[in-house]
Design a binder for this molecule. Structure first.
Ligand code: AMP
Length: 430
């Protein structure tokens, strides 16, 4: 009999890993509660129509990635119904907001969730068919202040604090505005017109997207298409005065709070329901799937699924990707020594030992190579075990000026022997 395995794109998490998952969830819960959020748990499957209407028929998620089935009637009183494993949680939260008439309280609702989502995507590192999201939504009637740019800025500031508290370093916040519900169709038309003369030179995916969903052209990663895309009109130029003012107010509040961000004109995101602010936090350590989290404002979503006007803003973080990032950071911290000294020529070995001794006495962790190694071999050995390499050849011995390369930045610099320990210590803390 063939052995049964976890289905492609799904994984078991064993005790060695679940500790980190629990720590991430506990930190998220603690940060959310400091900002006045309460937990919501919605069902793992919903009526397919919720996602078709709420996420958008044209999106990749709905058109290609959903796990959908016909749920057969068990009794005459029941109807056969099309059901779908949730591919995201915002639509479910907004459905619950409408169903439980949370808007009638007149209060801003601040809700967070933690749980599995399902998409039939091509599995790779950081992309699974069952994955976990930690997300939150701020939603309420306009009278509760739910449209205010301060809400957007507060959510972004909370995310920056959460990532910092989790110990994730090196995140980048990318920010854009996709305008109001009426700005978007205007921009799509402008984009369609601008694509017409150039689309023939673009990849086949872009040729299709130009027809079906021109905004998706902006997500293209094919290198040859990039100059063409960079020259396309920007959505910023299609925004009306209100949307511009809203975005400026978000930026001003972030500036005042000291949260760094980058404007990314191409960030329009895959889901149809976004209006005005859109954002992503990315991390270089994740490789191709570099988005730690994404989100934005969705002022018309409630009405789209049959509810009252209820502007809102939310985000979803990929918990699997938080785990990958933290594991990589831990691994980098655990194994890398401060430096590797590479004597060039055996004659330098004794002096190199003396240098290693003085650096170690300064509290640095040091691996000492051997002057019999060729320089290329020293570099390969050093790259595996240390953050930096110090070359110690005849020139260096005579001048007292050492050549140091930092592997994480690729920068090579000349440092006087007397300053070396201090320089290595300060680069450790970057
Ligand atoms: P999205 O709703 O597609 O913007 O997803 C929000 C976040 O969920 C992304 O930034 C990822 O961190 C995470 N995510 C989305 N799809 C997957 C997936 N298939 N596997 C793992 N994480 C995912």
């Amino acid at each position: 009999m063939s052995t049964l395995k976890a289905v492609r794109g799904t994984r078991d998490l064993l005790p060695a890993e679940t500790g980190l998952w629990n720590r991430i969830e506990a930190t998220a819960r603690s940060v959310f509660s400091r900002y006045g959020f309460g937990e919501i748990r919605t069902p793992v499957f919903e009526d397919t129509a919720l996602f078709a209407r709420g996420v958008g028929e044209e999106t990749d998620i709905v058109s290609k990635e959903m796990y959908t089935w016909e749920d057969r009637a068990r009794a005459q009183s029941e109807k056969t119904q099309s059901l779908t494993l949730r591919p995201e949680n915002t639509a479910g939260v907004v459905r619950a907001y409408i169903e439980h008439k949370l808007g009638e309280t007149g209060q801003l609702q601040k809700l967070y969730y933690i749980g599995p989502q399902f998409r039939r995507e091509r599995p790779q590192r950081g992309r699974y068919r069952q994955f976990s999201q930690i997300g939150a939504e701020v939603i309420g009637p306009a009278s509760s202040g739910s449209e205010s740019p301060l809400r957007d800025a507060e959510v972004l500031e909370m995310l920056a604090s959460l990532l910092d508290e989790l110990g994730i370093s090196g995140w980048v916040l990318k920010l854009n505005s996709v305008g109001s519900a009426s700005d978007r169709p205007k921009y799509i038309e402008t984009l369609r017109a601008a694509l017409m003369p150039v689309v023939g030179q673009m990849c086949v995916d872009c040729q299709r997207r130009a027809e079906t969903n021109p905004l998706r052209v902006l997500d293209c990663k094919v290198p040859e298409d990039q100059p063409i895309i960079d020259a396309l009109p920007k959505i910023a130029d299609s925004l009306d005065a209100d949307s511009r003012a809203h975005f400026a107010a978000v930026c001003a509040a972030l500036d005042a709070a000291g949260v760094p961000y980058e404007r990314d004109h191409r960030l329009v995101r895959g889901l149809d329901y976004y209006t005005r602010t859109t954002f992503e936090f990315t991390h270089g350590g994740l490789g191709a799937q570099n988005a730690l989290l994404g989100g934005g404002r969705y002022d018309g979503l409630s009405e789209l699924i049959g509810g009252p006007k209820a502007p809102g803003i939310g985000f979803a973080m990929g918990e699997d990707r938080l785990v990958l990032t933290l594991q990589a950071q831990e691994a980098a911290k655990a194994v890398l020594l401060d430096t590797y000294i590479a004597p060039v020529g055996e004659v330098q070995n004794p002096a190199a030992l003396s240098l290693a001794r003085s650096l170690r006495r300064s509290g640095l962790s040091v691996e000492l190579g051997d002057g019999a190694f060729r320089v290329k071999k020293s570099f390969e050995a050093a790259d595996k075990v240390a953050r930096t390499i110090v070359l110690f050849g005849e020139d260096e011995a005579n001048s007292g000026i050492l050549t140091v390369k930092d592997f994480s930045t690729g920068i090579q610099s000349k440092i006087a022997r007397a300053d070396l320990a201090a320089a290595l210590l300060s680069s450790r803390n970057k």
